[in-house]
Design a protein around this ligand. Sequence first.
Ligand code: ZN
Length: 503
Amino acid sequence: MNTNEKREELKNLLGQVEDLHHASGVLGWDQQTYMPPRGAAARAQQLAILDKLAHESFTTDAIGDLLSDLEADAAKQDYDSDEASLLRVTRREYDKAKRVPPALIEDISRTTSLALESWTQARAESNFKIFQPDLEKIVELEIQLANCFGYTDRIYDALLDEYEPGMTTAQVAAIFDGLKQELLPLARAISQKTGRVDDRCLHRAYDEKKQWDFGVEVIQRLGFDFERGRQDKSVHPFTTGFGLGDTRITTRVDKHFLPMALFGTIHETGHALYDMGYRAELERTPLAGGASLGTHESQSRLWENVVGRSRGFWKFFFPRLRQVFPRQLAGQTVDSFYRAINRVHPSFIRVEADEVTYSLHILLRFELENDLIERKLKVADVPEAWNAKMKEYLGIVPPDAAQGCLQDIHWSGGSIGYFATYSLGSIFSVQLFDQALRDLPTLPKQIERGEFGELLKWLRANLHQHGRKFTLDELARKITGEPLQTRSYMRYLKTKFGEIYGL
Ligand code: ZN
């Protein structure tokens, strides 16, 4: 085979691996949306087999040999080219996949299946002891996994890299330290002025069908294409995709809390627009999709918070919303509604947190995970350590473990190293939006008119089209001319919430 034929053969083999991932994705989507409860056991079996097949088809010697053969040629190509990027990204993933013995993968898979059950029960009964033995096993397995991947500085680097390729623990710690110094005083200053915002209007009875329809109306305006995607209901909202022409989002509706469906729908649409935006040439390769979890979250949060919780956005959408819910929103104005949806208050639950306190929840998890993985903290001591940090960062202590260290599903699934990406995404979302404002000076006026096409076009051209070719840091430098920084994000928070709370 000559170089061209080898490249085609590599793409052909990688395409088959992608197909397996997508097939497994469809089963996973169905599992969370329409599958009847009794289908769970068979589905777990089917998913395990597909994931095993995908792993085996990816780690073959044939792919390894083609990568080695093509690397010399790729080294001559431009770093940004599809060819060089395909080799670089595939090599990174191939080497990582090869380093993990199949026995360890099986061990993790089995342990986390059981842990999901014990975590569910522990949370329902608010009893950490039920989950503790499984979490102990998971921490040990994650330490083994990190040692297989290898690292130069801190063991957490190896796990973080799974979710945020190229990012190191030291980088994230430095970012979070800076954030902490500014967020804590901001949250404290706001807590002295809680009387300035009243969000009771959000808790009235809102017809569920009307909420759903309004959400669909909003996301169609944002650019969600129902010819290439659909929305369904699930307990935990998520986005998944099976190729450029098929992206699925889910949402959940709470009759007595308007923001749940509305902002959940906009959030997942942000993920979906990213997934719908890579160049067609990258289809069926490891370059299809989003760069990293942090980059993905920058898109969901840009649309949900920076755009969707802005005053300009509601100048356009509030009159329409009031038409749909005249009784519930009687007496409300654009301004009072804008303040209501941006109310800041320390809460126990991360997913319910506002923009100001959200990252404090993440800081806590990032610090505890590091201590666990470096064996500085025993699993048995997690509840106490959790509560101490809640007290320190948010000034409140959860009444029980269900509202404390048992609230998130991540650890039961072996996802240690994941949480940081939520905050990295929030930080990056504002850095990106600031750049969009520099490039599109009339953007605020467009948003007030309900026009989002220019913003989406800008995101497509600068970010989405690249798929997974670059890391978050490479993208930040490429798009904004500097690495990921917290300056824009903190200025945004201080300006927005300073105005709302009269600081
Ligand atoms: Zn998200």
